[in-house]
Ligand binder design. Structure first.
Ligand code: OGA
Ligand code: NI
Length: 217
């Protein structure tokens, strides 16, 4: 069933408030997911468009392949393809609704495609820390047709209050999405035996660096 951001916003808000995460389907149509997957494959074919993912913030970004070894390609919000535009529209309208329901300040969105090749993983981590440019909510859309259960490559979501306890093991099935609080939910990608495709987005709060109006106050 096709669901809109408004159909899901209150259910997602309730889950984020009570346990910090939600997993669902139906927000991104199969047609959109297929278009995103071919978009991703098109970029993957042009080798230089995907690079080994790095860890850290700005200048301290380093390549730590013992923590993660996936390949990523950032979406350019200034020149989105048609399907990227549709993805931004849906996800940004969800962000606006969540902002109102949860009273979390958010004013920016960023996203990248990710490919984990066979043997790919991402060790247990948080996505965000409280800084002037902070990730607040992570949303991951899976683009793997015909993914079998218990193959490996699952997303493990840990308990918000007890990060040693597993809350969920999510099979990265086509069209499924996982959404969670970036700064409080530990998660991990189990080693995958086959190519694993996804589109990861972050709803962020970027503190305004210099407010020109401040000069007049
Ligand atoms: C990430 C991440 C999880 C996934 O990119 O930070 O944790 O399931 N991804 O792809
Ligand atoms: Ni993560």
């Amino acid at each position: 069933m096709k669901l809109t951001p408004s159909d899901l916003a209150s259910e997602i808000s309730t889950a984020l408030t009570s346990r910090g995460w939600f997993v669902g389907e139906g927000l991104y149509s199969p047609a959109l997911c297929s278009a995103l997957l071919s978009d991703l494959n098109h970029l993957y074919d042009q080798q230089q468009k995907f690079t080994k993912a790095r860890i850290g913030y700005k200048s301290s970004k380093t390549l730590k392949t013992h923590i993660r070894n996936d390949y990523i390609s950032w979406l350019d919000p200034l020149s989105p393809t048609v399907c990227q535009q549709e993805y931004f529209k849906i996800t940004e309208s969800l962000m606006d609704l969540l902002k109102k329901e949860l009273f979390i300040p958010m004013n920016a969105f960023e996203a990248h495609y990710a490919i984990y090749e066979p043997g790919g993983f991402y060790k247990k981590h948080l996505d965000g820390f409280k800084t002037r440019k902070a990730r607040m909510i992570s949303i991951i859309l899976y683009l793997n047709p015909d993914w079998q259960e218990n193959l490996g490559g699952e997303l493990i979501i840990y308990n918000e209050n007890n990060p040693n306890q597993i809350d969920a093991q999510v099979t990265p099935k086509f069209g499924r999405f996982a959404i969670f609080l970036s700064q409080s939910i530990y998660h991990e990608v189990v080693t995958t035996p086959q190519n694993r495709y996804s589109l990861t987005g972050w709803m962020r709060y970027n503190e305004v660096e210099s407010d020109p109006l401040a000069l007049f106050i």
